[in-house]
Design a protein around this ligand. Sequence first.
Ligand code: E4P
Length: 218
Amino acid sequence: MKFFIDTANLNDIKEANDLGILDGVTTNPSLMAKENITGKENIIKHYKEICHIVHGPVSAEVIATDYKGIISEGEKLADLHDNIVVKVPMIPEGIKAIRYFSDHNIKTNCTLIFSAGQALLAAKAGATYVSPFIGRLDDISADGVGLIAQIRRIYNNYDYDTQILAASVRHPMHIIDCAEIGADVMTGPLKAIMQLAKHPLTDSGLEQFLADYAKGNK
Ligand code: E4P
């Protein structure tokens, strides 16, 4: 499973990248705003900086919601760097735009997916990635991980190339569950990724090893 980090924070991106396990980055307008990156020029500069740090797909989201606007914005974003993936919302105009981008070899990430039907439409339009938001589904007492499993079965039935990018990941168990199901990618915050490394027996075991070494090497 590929690991993407879901942030616009350059320090977090660098830290995950330095671990040597990072395959890509996803951002969205809210994550940009959280880092106080505002105005078209600053946002574009920020995407370029992210592409400079990480050598893998970087999702950049369009703001337009009409077909022509999505196409024009998406083409400009795609021109920024070879690794840019145009993130397009799951709306009818977005589906049409994904078909256009797919026909013009521009990679897309269909975002704000909350149902299997939406994921099916995105795959049929030729999306490179589909982003089901599992944490937000859990937040309303729905089954986020269950949706990943359902989309996996559907895509397997028809050999769709669209990659399942489990998004809105909140904790390490989301990552494990998605890996068991066979999500192609997960995107989550640095905290959830780092929590995968933690185990109390690792900490106590290491403490003991170091103490025993110190005893014998005074
Ligand atoms: C997906 O790419 C989104 O950026 C993201 O995962 C949304 O997560 P949130 O529900 O934590 O905002």
